[in-house]
Design a protein. Structure first.
Length: 280
């Protein structure tokens, strides 16, 4: 276990990030509010308001621990997180503003949401606002089943090939966005305690998941080389199209002209497109 002292002024975020820092540095315990008048606990993370100058003097007199300023500690930890997640640069350079290292761990994570979808969502919410009044659902409340049906309906229509909602003027608003808007209202009502929860009694989903997973495994084991799925893009590229050989349907007069004695309703069918029935 490593013995680490992270120092920084009161209120900088040491305690708030203590557990994450402990895991990052591989320490067994946390000693919060540590001072130079206390013993160093081997293998622990120590969080202190002591200054760098005082800590350097203490180190000269035998203080045995890794001394790391809070900003640098956060940078190290965040760099390691980014590297493990494969999210981008793994540079170890100190940021120009120490607040960056703290800010990356804040609850405000708007930068992760694509503005393109937010823009479309705003238009989808506008449609509801002009029809029913903006934020009406926070006053009137919503019924869960209504918005579940709406969200699933839009997703199903999109899945079956209808990209945009035909009920929206211009027909440029994706069914996917309309589904998101339905879920936004549903979740907001749940947060605001304005949701009429008319869901059915709880199902034994664990049992269903286990049974169905076993069934899926059995199907795939029996058919280890499944056929390719038929998709819209595949159809556009000619998937499933085979050579077509036209069939010749003979009328009664044609049958008589060929000297044939009988025919069935609709005429006789030949599989050979260029040869009439009766020809050798």
């Amino acid at each position: 276990m490593n013995t680490v002292i992270v120092y920084g002024p009161e209120g900088c975020g040491k305690t708030r990030n203590a557990e994450a820092l402990r895991k990052h540095f591989g320490c067994s315990n946390i000693v919060d509010g540590w001072t130079l008048s206390q013993y160093v606990v081997k293998g622990s993370l120590h969080l202190t308001n002591e200054t760098k100058d005082d800590l350097d003097i203490a180190r000269q007199h035998g203080l045995s621990a890794n001394l790391i300023p809070f900003g640098a500690a956060m940078t190290q930890m965040d760099t390691a997180i980014i590297a493990r997640a494969g999210l981008g640069s793994t540079t170890t350079e100190k940021p120009s503003n120490p607040k960056d290292s703290v800010g990356i761990r804040k609850w405000r994570q708007y930068a992760t949401v694509p503005a393109t979808v937010i823009a479309e969502l705003g238009v989808a919410m506008l449609e509801g606002a002009v029809k029913y009044g903006r934020h009406n659902y926070r006053v009137a409340g919503v019924r869960a089943s209504v918005y579940v049906d709406a969200a699933k309906g839009h997703i199903d229509q999109w899945w079956e090939g209808e990209d945009c909602d035909p009920d929206v003027p211009g027909q440029r608003l994706s069914h996917i966005v309309k589904a998101i808007a339905s879920l936004v209202v549903l979740r907001d009502a749940e947060i605001q305690k304005m949701l009429t929860d008319d869901r059915p009694p709880k199902a034994n989903l664990d049992r269903v998941r286990l049974d169905m997973q076993a069934t899926v495994e059995a199907i795939l084991d029996r058919y280890p080389e499944p056929k390719d799925a038929f998709t819209e893009i595949g159809v556009r590229n000619g998937q499933g199209v085979t050579e077509f050989r036209p069939r010749i349907h003979l009328t009664p007069s044609e049958i008589l002209g060929l000297g044939l004695q009988s025919f069935h309703s609709g005429g006789i069918v030949s599989e050979r497109p260029t040869t009439l029935v009766g020809e050798k």
